[in-house]
Each structure stands twice: as C-alpha cells, then as structure tokens.
Design a protein around this ligand. Structure first.
Ligand code: MIC
Ligand code: SF4
Length: 648
C-alpha cells in the first residue's frame, strides 16, 4: 500500500486499535521530553506509578520555563527534577542549556521516531521527520512508564510547497500563511505533512519553525520528510548515524492537499491577540514599535540569530525601542560567538536574556503600558506578555530586526533602500558542540534521594465521576478561550507545584472573582460547571488548566468545541467534557444558571446523548460527547491515575 509519512511512522508504532480515520489508536512512544513548568507535576505522577526506570528509548527533562529565581520555588523544582532524573534514568538538561524544543532538535531528534512532550510545541521535532506530539504531563508520565499514548487516527493534510522564498521572506512567513489558510480553530484531529519541491530550499531549523507553530492551528502535529537536508543537519550535529530517509511514497493518499508557492509569499505578522489574525507587514503600516523580542522555540536557531546579527551589523537600536534577544540554546550562543554574530547583536544594543522561554511566556521583559511589542515567538494571546494593555505582534526575525533599526513596523525588504543587504546565512557544515550541561544518568539508581523542598506538594486526588452532576454555571465564556485565559503563566507559574495556591489565579484575566465563587459553590457541596464557545482550551498543554479546575470542584465543561490536548487533560483529571448538540443552546444559558446533568452512566452504556436540564430556566437540551470506551472508563474511575491503579 502507498503510504504518506504519517502513515509510515504510525504503522510502525501502533500497539492498540486499528488505523481507521478518527478511531482511537494507542502508539508506542520512543522519546519523551518534559519542561520544568509541566514536568514537576508529570514526575510526581510518574513517581505515583511505581515504575523503577523509564521504559522509553530516551527521556529528557529540561529546565527552561521557570528559570527566573525570585524566591525559592523554582530552584526547589529544579532540584526535584534533577534528583528524579537521576533516580529513574532520565537525561537532565540544566537551566542554561536552552529551550527544550531547540535542544531536542539539535541533540536528540531522530527521523521516523515518536516523541511525546509535555509542551504543546513538541511538534518542532517534525522538522527533523519525527512524529512529535504535545500532551499533558500525565500522558507523558504514562508513556515514560511504558504505556501507549492514545490519539485519534488523524486526517493527513498535504501542504505542497513550490517555489523558493524571496530574500527577506522567512520560514515564519510560511507558517503565518498556513495560519491564514487554516486559522486557529477547526483543525483538531489533523496532521500537516509538508512536501513538494519547495521543501528542498528549507533547512531543518526553518522546517522546525513551521512545524513548531502548526500547534497554533490546533493540529495533532506537523511533519517534514527526512531527506538529504536532514542528513546534512544531523551530520553537522555529529549525529549522522541517527539519519534515516523518510519520504512519502509516490501517489500516497491525503485527505486534503493545499498548495503554497513560496515565491509568492511576503513578510507577514499575527496581529493582537491571536496568532490567527494575519496581515502582511505592509498592510499594518509604519506604526511605532516600543519593544522587539527575538527568540523563543519558534525562532531562536543559529540561522535566525546569525540573520539578525548580519542585519544589525554596524547598526544601532532606535531610541524609542527596547530590544531583547534570547538565543535558543547554549549551542546557539557558542556558535554565534564563534562566528562573530553575538558581538553584532550586543553592539546593536540588545539586552541578552538567558537561553530560555523568558519573554515568550511573560516571565520577564513585560513591555510598557499600551506598548506595541514585536516578537518572534508563536503566541500573542491577550495578557501573555505580562502587560494586559500591550499589543503583541508575531513576526519573523528579519521583520523584528528591521524594527530595531527604524523603531517602526517595517517591511524588511525596505532595508535595501537604506543600504542593508539581505544576509543569506548558510547552515554550518559542523556545529561547535558541548554537551556538558546535560547530566546523563548511566542507569536508574534507586539509592538517589529525591529532593522535595517546601514548594513541592502532592497532586490532589480526583473523584470518580458522579452519575448526576448538579450545580452552577460558575463561568460562561466566549469562543477561543486559551489555556492562558484559564490559568496564567508568567509570574504565577512558580506555583505549578502548589495546586491550591496556583488555583487562586484561575480565569484571572477573564473574571478575577472566579476562584472565590467556585470555592463557595464547591464548599457548599454543589458542582461547578463551565460553559464555553468554540475551540475551548487552545494553546498550551498545561494540565493545570484541568487540574486546578478539578481542585476547585469543576465537574463538567460544556463547550461548542474543544481543543485536543485540553480535552485529553480534562479526561485525565476526571472532568466531563461535553459539547452542545445544537450550538444555539449555548445562547439559552446564563452564568449562575443551575444545571443538572443526569444519568451519565446510562448514557455512556447506551452511547446516547446526555440530557442537560437548566433548572433556572426550566428548559432542557442534549449534549454530545466524543469519548472512547477507554476514556469513559477513565472518567468513571475518576481520572487516569485512579484508572491505572484500578487496572493494576
Ligand atoms: C506555552 O508556550 O504556552 C508553554 C508555557 O510552553 C506551555 C506549557 C506550559 O504551560 O507549561 C505549552 O505550550 O504547552
Ligand atoms: Fe517556551 Fe514560548 Fe516555546 Fe512555550 S512557546 S516552549 S513558553 S519558548
């Protein structure tokens, strides 16, 4: 049978279920990655599974999100992660070594393998030909313990690239074009597979920029073939032996084919407050720019940094603008130092931030009130920069560098008018490599004592699903509510290991009274219910967007539609995800209405819709659910951990 790349990788990894579109399949996971902000909870859950050693080919624990150490909390978490890694046979990537996705691509990514990461941008690995999927920490813990990862067998959309990018137009502009075509909603259960002559013009880091930000479309993942360019990259990383060829068979079938001519693309931007609000840079016009931030897992590679360095060579930062650069890894820093780029960036006036997520997640460098902030990252959700009134735009490194010079939104092609030539940066034939910031365990070591500082608390236990959920609509929200709306990151992220404390910030930017109202309802013995519009739970993989609501007594989320990772997280923590059968019923509910969701078990058994009674309005309507038998069992048991204990 003719196979596309997705089918090739999946057919070698399916261990449960049949490869039928939309059906649930369980796949074997070869590699896992965690980052500190989701990893601490993931490892607490892994510990609870009682497995002496990780069962994957490779598991890596990165520290890259919570690296700003104001107070003891983050340092406690880092030490906890380091000792867990030593005990269970996990590679530990120390703070300072870089952003998980960039480092994984450089040092560990292997074409044809599966990678599961507790971060939604894990699909970055698709740039090197991996089936790399983002998931909640608990799913990653299960994979480390040797369990399958379950997903719906995806539809595969071929994105056929032709032509060649013009000077000053970048890989970022390609994915922004993809976002313009597919938007941020309605793509659940799909994978983007890139192909066509155009891919031969894209290096691995450029491909990785494209697969990284596919996450914003809500697809399961994105993947490029593994070809000669992949081989060259692996060779430059001293890992030629990790290369295998992976290309789609001729005449392989796809569910949809979309053509993009790279030659026709122009510099683009995502405008506030969604990565899916796409304009061309020219359309935006020459508005003043208060801040430029270059870095993040989308655009922090050697090529990105050297491109910026060459544009800024001999130039100085505009007086109206502040400028920060966070190279993606220690390897990137060392290589741009060796090749002279670091000096050009510093001389231009950049504030060098550590090689970490930093500004991308509002952990630092929050812009001024009402600022226009140009960022090379992947998300510009409302409030994410840490300044609610700021307007964040997502652009390529080329467009960002142009604004550093002019202090205005500038089409980088216009730099030629002031005598700046396009720097056509070539990939090095060999990177300078130093792996000393990894701690490689020789094997698992049960004698290692795990460090638990006061910031590390046990994850709260969930309860078996009730047959009747009865309570209040504590919150009614509109379309496209992201996990950043549900539970903020930034300065609050240091409480990830302390669920009661972190829960105080639930829905903070949507309705700061949520926590207190939910607590009152929970403590009075009633259930909390959330009602939402389309595409609820976009964005991050953070399971705290389910775990904290669970802690606050949320028992069901009733939405017009839900995003994949968040939906899985709700199930993992025993919260019932329901959809409106008729979207119009959303309009008939008000916040504070009393709802009754009855006879859930009988509905599950007969696979019938669930009846929701609105006691405040005296109405009723039907809700649907898209749950496999396994997911129903998980919910009935009270979440994945309880389900696993029951099965053991
Ligand atoms: C993000 O980009 O939103 C994050 C922070 O990396 C999250 C993970 C988290 O919330 O810890 C993600 O993308 O999954
Ligand atoms: Fe880190 Fe930002 Fe990438 Fe998330 S999107 S992993 S916060 S750099």
């Amino acid at each position: 049978m003719k196979q596309n790349i997705v089918e090739k990788i999946l057919s070698e990894h399916i261990i449960e279920g049949k490869p039928e579109k939309g059906a649930e399949v369980g796949i074997r996971i070869d590699q896992t990655l965690t980052q500190d902000a989701t990893g601490t909870m993931a490892y607490l859950q892994f510990e609870a599974m009682g497995v002496p050693k990780v069962k994957t080919e490779l598991s890596v624990s990165y520290v890259d999100h919570n690296t700003v150490q104001i107070g003891f909390e983050n340092a406690d978490d880092h030490k906890y992660l380091q000792t867990v890694a030593a005990k269970y046979g996990i590679v530990y990537s120390r703070a300072g070594n870089g952003i998980c996705h960039q480092v994984q691509l450089e040092r560990f990514g292997k074409p044809g393998k599966t990678l599961l990461g507790s971060d939604s941008h894990t699909p970055t690995g698709g740039g090197i030909g991996m089936m790399a999927i983002g998931a909640g920490g608990l799913d990653v813990a299960v994979a480390m313990a040797g369990g399958a990862f379950f997903l719906n067998y995806p539809k595969v959309i071929k994105i056929n690239l032709t032509g060649k990018l013009q000077s000053w137009v970048a890989a970022k502009d390609v994915i922004l074009k993809v976002l313009e075509i597919f938007t941020t909603k309605g793509n659940v259960g799909c994978v983007f597979e890139y192909s066509g002559e155009g891919i031969k013009t894209l290096s691995v880091p450029e491909r990785a920029t494209i697969t990284n930000m596919g996450a914003e479309c809500g697809v399961t993942t994105s993947v490029f073939p593994s070809d000669e360019i992949t081989k060259e990259f692996l060779k430059a990383q001293d890992r030629e032996n990790d290369w295998v060829e992976l290309i789609a068979d001729e005449n392989a079938e796809y569910d949809q084919i979309v053509d993009i001519n790279l030659s026709e693309l122009v510099p683009m931007a995502s405008t506030p407050h969604s990565p899916g609000n796409i304009s061309t840079v020219k359309e935006i016009g020459e508005i003043n720019v208060d801040q430029v931030c270059i870095g993040s897992c989308t655009n922090s590679s050697y090529k990105d940094m050297m491109t910026v360095a060459n544009i800024l060579k001999g130039q100085k930062l505009h007086s109206n603008t502040s400028f920060v650069v966070a190279p993606g890894s220690k390897q990137v820093i060392e290589n741009i130092i060796n090749d002279g780029g670091f000096k050009d960036i510093v001389s231009a006036g950049a504030r060098i931030a550590e090689s970490a997520c930093g500004f991308c997640i509002g952990n630092s460098q929050s812009p001024k009130t009402d600022a226009v902030s140009l960022r090379t990252s992947n998300r510009n959700f409302y409030g994410r920069s840490g300044t609610k009134s700021a307007n964040a735009y997502l652009v390529s490194p080329e467009t960002a560098a142009a604004a550093v010079i002019t202090g205005k939104f500038t089409d980088p092609r216009d730099l030629e008018k002031i005598g700046i030539k396009y720097p056509d940066v070539k990939m090095p034939a060999k990177f300078y490599i130093d792996d000393s910031m990894f701690i490689f365990p020789k094997d698992a070591n049960e004698d290692v004592e795990i460090y638990r500082g006061p910031n590390i608390g046990d994850p709260p236990a969930s309860e078996p699903l009730k047959d009747t959920i009865s309570g209040t609509v504590t919150l009614k929200v509109k379309d496209k509510i992201t996990t950043d709306h549900i539970i903020p990151a930034g300065s609050k992220m240091k409480y990830r290991s302390n669920v009661p404390k972190y829960s105080e910030f639930l829905f903070e930017i949507v309705d700061s009274t949520f926590h207190d109202r939910a607590k009152e309802i929970r403590d009075s013995g009633k259930d909390n219910i959330i009602v939402a519009g389309l595409s609820y739970g976009q964005g991050s993989s953070r399971e705290h967007a389910a775990l904290c609501p669970m802690f606050m007594g949320v028992k069901a989320v009733l939405a017009k539609s839900m995003e994949r990772i968040h939906n899985a997280n709700l199930i993992n923590f025993g919260i019932l995800p329901l959809n409106f059968k008729d979207e119009k019923d959303y309009d008939g509910i008000d916040q504070t209405d009393e709802l009754e969701i009855a006879d859930i078990k009988a509905a599950f058994l007969s696979s019938k819709n669930i009846i929701v009674k609105n006691r405040s309005k005296g109405t009723q309507f039907e809700a649907t659910y898209d749950l496999s038998d396994r997911q129903k069992e998980i919910l009935l048991a009270g979440g994945t951990l309880a389900f696993m204990k029951k099965k053991a």
